[in-house]
Design a protein around this ligand. Structure first.
Ligand code: ATP
Length: 585
């Protein structure tokens, strides 16, 4: 597929500003290339015995003018280029983040978050550095070299002396070609190992509670240590190669000066060239050593950032798995009945079907209960309804519309989904509850909290609803987290509400209260309750029992209790558990 050409697009959009900056730097360098000539002429004047106050003043003023012009123009040009580089970083990070948010759950299940963070941080910075430094140094170097060459040709320095002195410098392109690809490969290894370390750190911090409970910190430290060792190895290999490359360039510059001094000095002694020309030549050669070194640096940095740019372009070309049709329609506000027909589904890359031949109807305004052993496909069914994964076309309809024909926004706004372990952000409890509508009035937030039975708990916190969660803030218990997430689902007040094992971490009394309130509030509105405990869904209008991806029983609580089957046996086990618990207390 066509790469989005991140950098080319940016350069094209900003070329007039780049052109002005390049022009400023170019003029600065042309002006600077005059200074050996001023010094050469001054030397000849000195040698001819024509030293005078005027000659000193003229030479000083000329050097001052050169210095000032160079300083102002080069400074301005560099500032603009650096500024454009920073803007590239900013624009690209925004673009990447927007792209991240469009990718599907499937992508995230295959790629660690640490790796993605590394794209946003290291790769973007590396490309930014290379464009800023690349444009600055390349302009500096090319213009200076060309002007110096022109000045040398225009001066009285013999061409053969110029050419002989420059022979060592001609080796530089060959050195660059030899070292470039090797440096690039080693740099790629460093980037990869950095990404791996970020990924490992992210995973280990994410699982720090489990690590501590199992007292396996030394193992985790060891694992992390391995990733750090790999970075050090790769960085040392890169530094060795880069250092050799960096050292060779000035060495060749030095060699060229030696030739110039030996041969030029010989010619000057024999009077073939003036002392002034000899001084100018050494200064000119000295002047192009730095630009040549800069070109080496630019190539070096470009090589390094090319890998980053390729990765960024590759990343931006990933097409999200879940996409809207070009003519996707908005789900009508009133639609809330769900019809599932002959739905079979296997996760991408899996040869096992997670759901098989599901047929199910939820009439508008009714409550459906889904129960089944762990891994029986309950959550998968909801993920397909929400198009977290795409169901086969025509298998799931809301109202009259196939979910695959709808805009993702209208579909997901239509459904309030409360997962078992709803993620809470490091912000206030209020903002966590009002996640779908940050501007919600306080009354609505409080009402949702009351319905989720978390209101009294929140009032006990030091800052009530303004209490911050997460780092240095309050940490909620599992049940409190679950109820906060439940309140978030209630506040959304969507036509369809799905509770996916959302009261599993609360005690029986709280569960009864939550479900009681839910029945009152959702009367006449479509609700799906997934649960392991029968008590959470026995009032549903219809209950389906899932087993190994298929519906094995369907009916009301009473009907299912009257049958011999999984439902009745689950009930018996749960009742026995309750009686046993009561007997013990
Ligand atoms: N992202 C995924 N990729 C591949 N297989 C998956 C994925 N998510 C779930 N599965 C598999 O699909 C099957 C159904 O999983 P699902 O999460 O729907 O079960 P569940 O009934 O909701 O379980 P639980 O009660 O434990 O939440 C399981 O065998 C599970 O291993």
């Amino acid at each position: 597929m066509q790469s989005p050409r991140l950098l080319a697009g940016y350069l094209r959009a900003n070329w007039p500003i780049y052109a002005m900056a390049v022009l400023a730097i170019a003029v600065a360098n042309v002006v600077q290339s005059y200074y050996p000539r001023v010094l050469g002429d001054f030397t000849d004047t000195l040698q001819a015995g024509g030293i005078s106050r005027k000659a000193i003043v003229d030479a000083s003023l000329a050097l001052l003018a050169i210095g000032l012009t160079f300083g102002i123009l080069a400074g301005l040009g560099q500032f603009v280029i650096m500024w454009l580089g920073r803007r590239f970083e900013f624009v690209t990070r925004r673009k990447l983040f927007a792209h991240f948010t469009g990718l599907s759950e499937h992508y995230y299940s295959k790629n660690g978050v640490g790796r993605l963070l590394s794209y946003v941080m290291n790769d973007v910075t590396s490309v930014r550095e290379s464009i800023s430094m690349g444009v600055n140094h390349t302009t500096n170097a090319v213009i200076l070299i060309v002007s110096v060459m022109a000045m040398m040709i225009a001066s009285s320095i013999p061409v053969h002396l110029m050419l002989v002195s420059m022979i060592p410098l001609l080796v530089i392109p060959w050195v660059v070609v030899l070292f470039g690809p090797r440096i690039r490969q080693r740099s790629l290894n460093v980037q990869e190992s950095l990404a791996k370390m970020t990924e490992t750190a992210e995973e280990q911090f994410g699982g720090i509670r489990v690590t501590k409970k199992f007292a396996v910190e030394p193992i985790m430290r060891g694992r992390f240590g391995l990733t750090v060792d790999r970075i050090v190895d790769n960085q040392l290999r890169l530094v060795r190669m880069s250092s050799l490359f960096q050292a060779l360039l000035p060495f060749l510059g030095g060699l060229s000066l030696i030739v110039a001094i030996a041969y030029g000095g010989y010619l000057a002694i024999h009077g073939s060239i003036t002392i002034g020309s000899f001084v100018s030549l050494t200064l000119y050669l000295r002047m192009i050593v730095n630009p040549l070194q800069q070109i080496g640096n630019v190539i070096n940095t470009m090589q390094r950032s090319r890998a980053s740019l390729e990765r960024l372009n590759g990343f931006l070309s990933i097409v999200p798995d879940i996409r809207e049709d070009a003519d996707a329609k908005t789900l009508p506000p009133g639609a809330s009945g769900i019809r599932i027909r002959n739905l079979s589904f296997a996760y991408p890359g899996s040869d096992q079907e997670a759901l098989r031949n599901i047929d199910l109807t939820v009439e508008p305004g009714k409550t459906l209960g889904i129960i089944g052993k762990t891994g029986s496909g309950k959550t998968t069914l909801v993920k397909l309804l929400l198009r977290v994964y795409d169901p086969p076309a025509g298998t799931i309809r809301i109202g009259d519309d196939d979910v695959r024909a709808l805009t993702l926004e209208s579909l997901r706004k239509h459904i309030a989904y409360v997962p078992q372990d709803g993620f809470l952000f490091s912000t206030t409890i209020r903002d966590n509850i009002a996640f779908s509508d940050r501007g919600a009035e306080e009354d609505r937030v409080h009402e949702a909290a009351k319905r989720a039975q978390i209101y009294d708990n929140v009032l006990d916190f030091p800052d009530g609803f303004a209490t911050k969660l997460g780092e240095r803030g309050i940490t909620l218990s599992g049940g409190q987290r679950q109820r906060t997430s439940l309140a978030r689902g209630f506040l959304k007040d969507a036509p369809i509400l799905v509770l996916d094992d959302s009261v599993s971490a609360v005690d029986a009394v709280t569960e009864t209260n939550v479900i009681g309130k839910l029945r009152e509030q959702r009367r006449g509105r479509t609700t799906i309750i997934i649960a392991h405990r029968i008590s959470a869904l026995k009032h549903a209008d219809e209950i389906v029992v899932l087993d190994k991806g298929t519906i094995v029983q369907k009916g009301t609580h009473e009907q299912l209790m009257a049958q011999e089957g999984l439902y009745a046996s689950l009930y018996a086990i749960q009742e026995e558990g309750t009686r046993y618990a009561e007997g013990k207390s």
